[in-house]
Design a protein around this ligand. Structure first.
Ligand code: ADP
Length: 243
């Protein structure tokens, strides 16, 4: 934790956050599916200034033969930050962080994808962060889940994700980059509200046990709201197709 310059006030006198949000308020969210013509499924998801495009290809013949499984489709995920997505230009080459996050994101999606229906194939998910302002892994998971559904891949549930943080001693929902940089803790969570499973849980920084429980509840509350929006987004596309 820590950022450039002097630490800003994260909780103002009136109890609001540095950007005016209440402690349990999500950023402004936009979601759209079917945004790319060259993928089997795609989605765009925006949480404030964090913006991610996800593209899904497959189930298809794997490009790498050795990754094939006779029992199921192999889910492959690539999380990438565009060089223009960050404050300082980021190298376009995949960093250790991006490789690690790609794996963590894959594991957060695997429990819902019915890979057993498509043996000997691969399902490839590309997530491109085009603008990064905190919460890029959770926004990527939310976008990937929508893109998988948009590709018509059978899933047991959708995965939705958000990070909670502790800033100036207060637990807050959906932290942005300033809160991530200067806060005391950052806890990204992904869950499947209908299946009632948690598929990603990470904690950077320090929380007491009670704060951890309270933070998890706050994240799950946010996830329910995000999940509702995901369903609305998919439904509105379906309704448009029907017309
Ligand atoms: P997440 O984006 O999932 O919160 P981190 O906690 O690692 O992941 O990063 C927090 C924020 O810091 C990112 O959303 C982004 O705005 C910024 N950031 C992360 N990595 C870089 C990088 N390599 N260069 C510049 N900014 C970065």
């Amino acid at each position: 934790m820590g950022g450039k310059g002097e630490k800003p006030k994260l909780i103002l006198e009136d109890g609001r956050r540095h950007d005016g949000r209440a402690f349990d308020e999500l950023r402004k969210i936009k979601m759209q599916v079917g945004v790319l013509k060259n993928a089997n499924g795609s989605a765009y998801v925006e949480f404030g200034k964090t913006r991610v495009v996800a593209a899904v290809y497959g189930p298809r013949e794997p490009t790498l033969r050795h990754v094939v499984s006779p029992y199921r489709a192999v889910l492959r995920c690539r999380y990438h930050m565009a060089p223009f997505s960050t404050d300082d230009r980021k190298s376009p080459a995949p960093s250790r962080r991006e490789i690690e996050l790609s794996k963590v994101i894959r594991e957060s999606l695997e429990p819902v994808v019915m890979t057993e229906l498509y043996p000997r194939t691969s399902i490839d998910v590309f997530m491109e962060v085009i603008s990064a302002d905190g919460g890029t892994r959770t926004t990527s998971i939310t976008a990937a889940s929508l893109a998988l559904a948009d590709a018509g891949i059978p899933m047991k549930d959708l995965v939705a994700a958000v990070a909670v943080g502790k800033v100036d001693g207060v637990l807050v929902l959906d932290i942005d980059q300033v809160e991530d940089n200067w806060g005391e803790a950052d806890m990204p969570v992904a869950a499947t509200p209908a299946l009632d499973e948690i598929t990603l849980l990470q904690l950077n920084g320090t929380l007491t046990k009670d704060e951890f429980r309270e933070g998890l509840e706050l994240a799950l509350k946010g996830i329910k709201e995000i999940y509702r929006m995901q369903k609305e987004t998919l439904k509105s596309k379906y309704l448009q197709v029907e017309e």
